[in-house]
Design a protein around this ligand. Structure first.
Ligand code: NAG
Length: 348
């Protein structure tokens, strides 16, 4: 019950934000996000990693056509959700240069493309582990205290929406490096337990309303289809099974945390919606679901998706995937809208 209330609260707030014009104050002060490339708005730009996207054609549908380090043609779910909450059209990456303290007030993104719950994932990719993202979060809260006072920091902790989105890179890549220690099931369980640990740590640092995305059907991204999907380029079942195992362990664990901790701990099922979109693209107004828009759409990601590649599609809105791993802004918009509706309808 309680977990449905977060979305109910979010929607109320979205409605209420319209009332802000009449002088009423919105209740969610900020959106704060941890995780990987689904949510990263540019934290990798200055890191010594090959996982970057701050060059064209990334950003071709972003305002001004800017390649900001978002792993998409346009905005990513952290931006789209911030917009739904009436906070801002985009949210800054915490490591962006020249952020001033005011830029932090509506929320900030700690997510780093390529990371995972398994510390080895971030190490292999030379990016920021979700655990180190918590260290940056502590620094963020002290900055807010220093510039705007204890009360403001407490308000952000008590009333903000916190999101955690990770596991894809662990499942798709790091598992291969960990398979001497784990079988698929036990690795998925280890990841789910890590996600729960992360939520407990974040809650200890003061966050109250925490949503955690389920794993995605990672076996259906174009890259995995190309490499492991055979001649028909089908979805890769063992990867999707790992994602489902992760979800089946995470969901009840978050439910019991929700009962135990104050605030709201919410499991957000993105698997089913994304899977349905990929299986039935036309239903959602998409033409292509098994190839990315960038390059030939089969393998290109990060530096392989660049402006030297002449094959990039002209209309990314017709595609579910932008590159061989990441959805287009339009697909993200469908997903974010659906998640809102889904959880709202249960409440009404
Ligand atoms: C791009 O694709 C979308 C989805 O198929 C379609 O609705 C839209 O008209 C297309 N835009 C252009 C300019 O072709």
């Amino acid at each position: 019950m309680k977990f449905q209330m977060l979305w109910f609260a979010l929607v109320l707030i979205a409605v209420e934000t319209n009332a802000t014009k009449k002088g009423k104050k919105a209740t969610v002060p900020a959106l704060i996000v941890f995780g990987d490339s689904i949510m990263d708005t540019g934290n990798n730009n200055k890191l010594p990693t090959i996982l970057k996207s701050n060059f064209p054609p990334y950003g071709k549908d972003f305002p001004g056509g800017l390649a900001t380090g978002r792993f998409s043609d346009g905005r990513v779910p952290s931006d789209l959700l911030a917009e739904k909450l009436g906070l801002a059209k985009t949210l800054p990456a915490y490591l962006s240069p020249n952020l001033n303290p005011r830029d932090l007030l509506k929320g900030v993104i700690f997510a780093s493309g390529g990371t995972g719950y398994d510390p080895l994932t971030a190490k292999i990719m030379s990016v920021i582990s979700v655990w180190d993202q918590l260290t940056y979060f502590k620094e963020y809260i002290s900055k807010i205290k220093q510039h705007f006072g204890e009360g403001r920091a407490q308000n952000i902790l008590d009333h903000s929406c916190f999101l955690v989105v990770s596991s894809s890179n662990d499942i798709a890549h790091t598992y291969l490096a960990q398979s001497h220690r784990y079988d698929r099931t036990s690795y998925a369980n280890f990841l789910a337990d890590s996600a729960v640990k992360f939520v407990i740590k974040l809650h200890k640092l003061g966050a109250k309303n925490i949503g955690v995305f389920s794993a995605a059907p990672i076996g259906c991204v174009p890259f995995q289809r190309t490499v492991f999907g055979g001649v028909t380029r089908g979805c890769v079942t063992p990867l999707n099974d790992m994602a489902k195992q992760f979800n089946s362990r995470l969901s009840p664990a978050l439910n019991s945390l929700d009962k135990k901790l104050d605030g709201i701990i919410l499991y957000i099922n993105v698997y089913d919606t994304l899977f349905d979109m990929i299986q039935n693209p036309k239903k959602y107004g998409f033409e292509v679901a098994d190839k990315g828009c960038c390059g030939t759409g089969a393998l290109a990601v990060s530096y392989m998706c660049n402006s030297l590649n002449p094959f990039t599609c002209s209309n990314s809105s017709a595609y579910i995937f932008w590159d061989s791993y990441h959805p287009t802004e339009r697909a993200y918009q469908v997903l974010v809208d659906k998640l809102f509706d889904k959880y709202l309808k249960q409440v009404l």
